[in-house]
Unconditional design. Structure first.
Length: 116
């Protein structure tokens, strides 16, 4: 079984930057394509970015291209999402999961709040 725990969220001013992290348990992390998702208040969870198991070929939804950057460190079982030029609309709970997502792998998420 894989457990995913997100961290690194917080209160950030518009225009600021943040790196959210995802710690994975288990040996299979390095074999998984992984992704980041978020859920804003009153909205459905949405996909943001994905990265292959080897760390090559990151992919992003158009709305975050150029501001969001996904990376991973398989030696540490860690997944990261750097978010630049934060906007109030980025306020959400951020989650990581396997690609395609596995229901049982959803972690608690980490809250990112963008406000002045």
């Amino acid at each position: 079984q894989v457990q995913l725990v997100e961290s690194g969220g917080g209160l950030v001013q518009p225009g600021g930057s943040l790196i959210v992290s995802c710690a994975a348990s288990g040996r299979r992390f390095s074999s998984f394509d992984m992704g980041w998702f978020r859920q804003a208040p009153g909205k459905e969870r949405e996909f943001l970015a994905a990265i292959s198991s080897s760390g090559d070929t990151p992919a992003y939804v158009d709305s975050v291209k150029g501001r969001f950057f996904i990376s991973r460190d398989n030696a540490k079982n860690m997944l990261y999402l750097q978010i630049n030029n934060l906007k109030p609309d980025d306020t959400a709970v951020y989650y990581c999961n396997k690609i395609p997502p596995v229901e049982a792998y959803w972690g608690p998420g980490t809250q990112v709040t963008v406000s002045s």
